[in-house]
Design a protein around this ligand. Sequence first.
Ligand code: TEU
Ligand code: CA
Length: 606
Amino acid sequence: MTSTQRIELPDGVRTNGADPNPWWANSVVYQIYPRSFQDTNGDGIGDLKGITSRLDYLARLGVDVIWLSPVYKSPQDDNGYDIADYRQIDPMFGTMDDMDELLATAHRLGMKVVMDLVVNHTSDEHPWFQASRDANDPHADWYWWRPAKPGHEPGTPGAEPNHWGSYFGGSAWQYDAKRGEYYLHQFSKKQPDLNWENPEVRHAVYDMMNWWMDRGIDGFRMDVITLISKHLGPNGEMEDGEIGPEGYSNVYWFCEDGPRLDEFLQEMHREVFDGREGYLTVGEGTGIDGGPRDEFITDPRNRELDMLFVFTHLDIDHGEGGKWTPKPMRLTDLKRTMAAQQNAVASHGWASIFLDNHDQPRVVSRWGDTSTDELRVKSAKALALLAHLHRGTPYIYQGEELGMTNAGFTRLDQYRDLESINMYHQRVDEAKVESAEDMMAGLAAQSRDNARTPMQWDSTPYAGFTAADVPTQPWIEVNPNHTVINAEAEVADPDSVFAFYQRLIELRHTNPIVAAGDWKLLDPDDEQVYDFLRSLPEENPEERRSLLVIVNCGSTSAHIPHDAAELIHGAVDASRIVLSTTDPDMAAASLLLGKLSPWEGIVYQL
Ligand code: TEU
Ligand code: CA
């Protein structure tokens, strides 16, 4: 909650189609990756007490909701997205008392707390899976077990049921000698997929979710929730796909947006959320594009989810070889994918707005310009303005509000992420589809570890993430540029990226056009300037209820394109500059001259 209160949206203003409008319609969410946020006990790993100690900072930023990436008991094979006990906090992060204190402190400061729900799969160390390894156990059918391919010795290469590959490299099938069969794991072999076809599985999950909701949390971010329903053949067949250059076929088609997804999400809503208020649900919509399915799942009349993370706008710089062979981002591709997402939920449903998270490289390095610190600051602000002025709920990933950059790792041993390390070995050593040099470039550009370096609180040796004199190194290297880019410096600087995010959040809290206005793309073919209109229906001709948003997404000056110029048609009134990345007088001059300075972004009241 910023210094300025978040207003109640006026009646008659439509958001997701629900009446009254949901509380979160003009809220902003902040994602925390606990391992990398704040360490308080000197083991070089972030913890819950660390998060609680920084809640004042988040209140000052003005965010309304905190999303915590997983903090549950886990062998940490995938940094907590492999859960061994959903009702226990991992001792590495602290205790349940620490969790209760975090929750109470956040609520006292007016912020809500959303937990991460990882139920497409569990850890292989979860008691459910351990029990399922016995074909006679009541949990036998809680996971996806299949026999070896006929005519092959179980457990030997080539005996896997089919050629599906895991997201994290290797086969998506793992042989288990005790069971004598293979189990499916879309992610690592320590993340076996749960069988949601089994109602006992579903109700065990709902019980756990109710347990947490009853403890006072404010909702869930649901990990790969659109993968829980599988496309089985009439007799449970699992169709194999075309085998790719690395020797595996795609498991995607079998798991994305399956035939029973709506049934499961509606059942979950009935079992967990019916009768509850003041919560938020957001699903990671892997495989869902900006279209009818996005609208259907987030349309409140269908009682499934409040919003989805749709990733189509973050795939636009993936080359032939996928994300490991990145290609330059084309702004018209960003416009096209964002327009599809915005238009999908224009009448019903709602969008999540995000450019960063713990699985993506940092956007200022990816699509901004970090060649100088001045351009880093300018491009960070421009990209923030571009994102936050879209229609939907914005998500800020820790450090994005400071303009933190990619890690800049140059050696494989600096990486920690199993996806990055596994894919290096699969593509370079095993399948030999890429040279070591090219793959290292791919990692530097796209590895998830770029988002996971410690939060930069100050300029001390470990950036204030952990005490300078602790014996233990942080679990992953601190970015050396923390001496310049850090919260302590930016909180004190009214022209910092941090200060700009405060103003963006304030605008969403106080301006109903930003929170609910229709979104309309302008100049779709311009490759450097991203501009669009936000407008609320006029109640009376006097009232101005439209905002022109115009952002130069390049390090050179750019002409104001046709559609925007038409709307401005030469008459510029500086008092109608609502927000700009540059000084308002400069922004007014830019609009008047029809020329934007590098990375200049302006919100102009029409
Ligand atoms: O991510 C799912 C997902 O889509 C990513 O794995 C993505 O495919 C990949 O990073 C892009 O290359 C979720 C969590 O956000 C991620 O951290 C977990 O690793 C994954 O699920 C498994 O739980
Ligand atoms: Ca710690």
